[in-house]
Design a protein around this ligand. Structure first.
Ligand SMILES: OB(O)c1ccc2cc[nH]c2c1
Length: 239
């Protein structure tokens, strides 16, 4: 998978050299390049922003550098991903969709955002997805891109040692996963649930299923309400 990130803070992406993402880059699973938007500025101050039309606080990112950057970086297979507080909420389903695409270009906004014409111009020649990580606002798009890149990269073939992790984890099937435990069996007078030490795999699976449903109903009623009823079997209904 080819990924290009455009930002005025390229050093923000040093974490993408580490751990499993760094290994995915080394093995060639992930072809990631970070670009400094100021590469496409030509004034002595390398200016990327200006005051907003219509007035208002802060500054807006100028369209010219962005237009030239996207012209230089985007390929015919590119999808533009723009983290933004006004974007569509990013979900695990989106992570799977993006992980299946051949080329992603991330545009990291700063200040009050990117001139809307940049998005509109890009949308005339490639798919554009404006995504939000949640109902809060960051300083810019960089941290959101790191989060999205982690969510995507772990889905790429060969990145996770045990791909089975992907089928059981939270949000994989629309539910929160059950609690997890490891040794010791007792810790600060707290015991691991006996069922998990029973060796009865059918009973363990049912316990985990019940815990997952109960946890999802309690913490994410929105997910629970959206969970297809046909996926609930008779045993679940006793939960
Ligand atoms: O919260 B965010 O994901 C986000 C993304 C982009 C910009 C640009 C200026 N503030 C931003 C916030």
């Amino acid at each position: 998978m080819k990924v290009d990130i455009i930002s005025i803070f390229p050093d923000y992406f040093a974490p993408l050299d580490l751990s499993l993402i760094g290994k995915a880059r080394t093995t060639g699973t992930l072809d990631l390049t970070v670009h400094d938007l100021r590469t496409w500025t030509y004034d002595v101050h390398r200016t990327v922003d200006d005051s907003p039309y219509g007035g208002g606080p802060g500054m807006v990112m100028r369209p010219e550098p962005w237009g030239e950057a996207l012209d230089a970086v985007a390929t015919p297979e590119a999808t533009l991903v723009v983290p933004s507080p006004v974007g569509k909420p990013f979900t695990q389903a989106d992570a799977y969709q993006l992980a299946a695409l051949p080329h992603l270009v991330f545009a990291c906004g700063r200040y009050e955002g990117i001139d809307q014409r940049v998005i509109d111009d890009a949308a005339s020649r490639m798919p554009v997805r404006e995504v939000s990580l949640g109902d809060y606002v960051l300083f810019g798009g960089e941290v959101a891109v790191i989060v999205i890149m982690e969510a995507i990269t772990r889905l790429l073939p060969g990145v996770l040692g045990n791909a089975d992790s992907l089928t059981e984890e939270s949000h994989a099937a629309g539910l929160l996963e059950a609690p997890v435990y490891t040794k010791p069996a007792a810790w600060r007078d707290r015991e691991v649930p006996d069922v998990l030490r029973s060796g009865d795999h059918g009973r363990i699976a049912r316990w985990r299923r019940t815990e997952s449903l109960v946890r999802t109903a309690a913490r994410r009623p929105d997910l629970f309400a959206a969970y297809p009823p046909e996926n609930l079997d008779k045993k679940d209904r006793k939960a």
